[in-house]
Design a protein around this ligand. Structure first.
Ligand code: TXA
Ligand code: MG
Length: 311
């Protein structure tokens, strides 16, 4: 059992922008303050994900969940029945939701859950911020169910592991999308389809053609800007908005935001979705994006930009 001191220490580290791995009843998560885009970027960097997948946001209780997502009647009923527990609900963000858009890969919805382990609850309560956490394994590897698995994968790349023994369920939470006319299962997990059906009645299954990683955050239309995107630009045309990178910026008189003047890819990743949205609000003819190097998080940034450009 994690001691109170360890829990306080983990909460403090998380609030100050560090990554903390923690036990849940499903698998160990690699947590970051979801309101801190830079910390969220560090999660993607540590996992070595070539793409930005939307992450699950963990909160201590329903009150905290209501601050970040809008509940439907069905969500109320499911929360009542299965929370705390291994069910993740996808719901629309609230108007003043503070979760960074990087955590939801630019989507206007969030996947939220309340874990049931007591140490996880205490950690989340003490952190006082929503915690974005994918499973604490390197991309493409098996999910960790013991603290030792997390140490093997990350060593001292992360600030702390909140060790609370083994994870009793051992598979990830079930992800259920409640933003459609009927609930849709996006990922099978700790709570079964049959259990969910006792509350909701009919449930649709996500199509086979959208594998977990692609579901449904990877469907490009979900997070396309209204303005078309031009990538790898050297010159900017009239009535375009510029998404800049670095200090050598082409001549331009319209709206401009810089992903990172210092060419820092983590800062660029943290800014990406927010800046795309902000530039889109100017209703430019197009958003012209400067080239981003393909190294480290640059690969994920370019992947995202290409998807948005091809819509
Ligand atoms: O058991 C779990 O769920 C573990 C522990 C640590 O809580 N967490 C976990 O998180 O598995 P992650 O980030 O690896 O899983 C995210 C899943 C993906 O299938 C993703 O596509 C889906 O949730 N997801 C996240 N946000 C979404 C959104 N806004 N809309 C649809 N799906 C979303
Ligand atoms: Mg995972």
């Amino acid at each position: 059992m994690a001691s109170n001191d360890k829990i306080s220490c983990a909460a403090e580290l998380l609030r100050s922008g560090e990554l903390v791995a923690f036990a849940t009843e499903t698998v160990y998560g690699l947590g970051a303050d979801a309101t801190n885009a830079d910390a969220v970027a560090a999660v993607f960097e540590a996992k070595g994900r070539p793409q930005f997948n939307p992450l699950i946001i963990h909160v201590a209780d329903v009150k905290a969940a209501r601050r970040i997502v809008r509940f439907t009647k069905q969500a109320d009923e499911l929360a009542e029945q299965f929370w705390p527990g291994a069910l993740t609900l996808v719901l629309p963000r609230t108007e003043n939701c503070q979760v960074s858009f990087l955590a939801s890969a630019g989507l206007s919805t969030l996947a939220v859950r309340i874990p049931s382990k007591e140490s996880t609850h205490d950690f989340l309560q003490e952190a006082g911020v929503p915690v974005a956490a994918p499973s604490a394994n390197k991309s493409g590897r098996v999910s960790p169910t013991e603290a030792a698995h997390v140490t093997e994968a990350f060593g001292n790349e992360i600030s702390m592991i909140l060790d609370d023994g083994s994870c009793p369920i051992g598979v990830e939470s079930t992800v259920l999308d409640l933003t459609k006319s009927k609930p849709v299962i996006l990922r099978h997990g700790g709570i079964t389809l049959e259990e969910i059906k006792t509350v909701t009645g009919e449930v649709s299954q996500a199509k086979q053609s959208s594998p977990t990683i692609a579901s449904p955050g990877m469907l490009s239309t979900h997070y396309a800007t209204t303005a078309p995107l031009r990538l790898g630009i050297k010159t900017v045309f009239k009535d375009e908005a510029l998404l800049a990178f670095g200090k050598k910026i082409p001549d331009h008189h319209g709206p401009m935001l810089n992903l990172s003047a210092d060419r820092n890819l983590r800062e660029a990743a943290a800014n990406l979705f927010g800046m795309m949205r902000q530039l889109d609000k100017f209703k430019p003819k197009a958003i012209a994006a400067m080239p981003i190097p393909e190294t480290g998080l640059g690969a994920a940034i370019n992947d995202r930009l290409k998807r948005a450009a091809s819509c």
